[in-house]
Design a protein around this ligand. Sequence first.
Ligand code: MN
Length: 207
Amino acid sequence: MVQYELPRLPYDYDELEPYIDTETMTIHHKKHHQSYVDGLNKSLEEVGSASHPQYITSILSDLQLIPESGRRKINFFGGGFENHRLFWETMTPDGEGSPGGKLEDAIDVYYNSFKNFKQIFSDTATSIQGSGWCWLVFNSTYNKIEIISTENQTSPWTLQKMPLLGLDVWEHAYYLKHQNRRPDYINDWWNVVNWDYVENRFSELSG
Ligand code: MN
């Protein structure tokens, strides 16, 4: 059966300083993300994962195929695994501040300007109640980009939307440095977004 493993970070724990602090990165990756990896492996084993050999994004896209007894757990741990995997990839110590190419064009079409896009994304992330994620997704049904939020570890894949960029707003993602000031964390995070990665992902997924 497929055994998921904790993915390596594309940078060191201290490299996103001063925006995301070393201690938060270390605990978030080594402890929190590891717990989603372990939970996913265990949940897949419980439902007999031999019959579900696809990668987790395919499983999340069609959770109805999973026995009902395991669906909630796989939604949570599978989402947790994949959401964090993408989260690490979409950050970089060399953030350039804004996207280019085809993604920039799409942002201009749907949000008028990058500045306006950032404002709407930040407002959406700030207003999430409790734990969850804020996303820029590609909606392939309507061939457009959208800003959405999901609760807990629910992945956009379960909504048939492809995540391009996700922001973790669980308190474990920022509390050590920013305490209750989620808007400050969001402002800091914009400095480390890897727009090259997000643009490439958009190009790949949108064909
Ligand atoms: Mn997290």
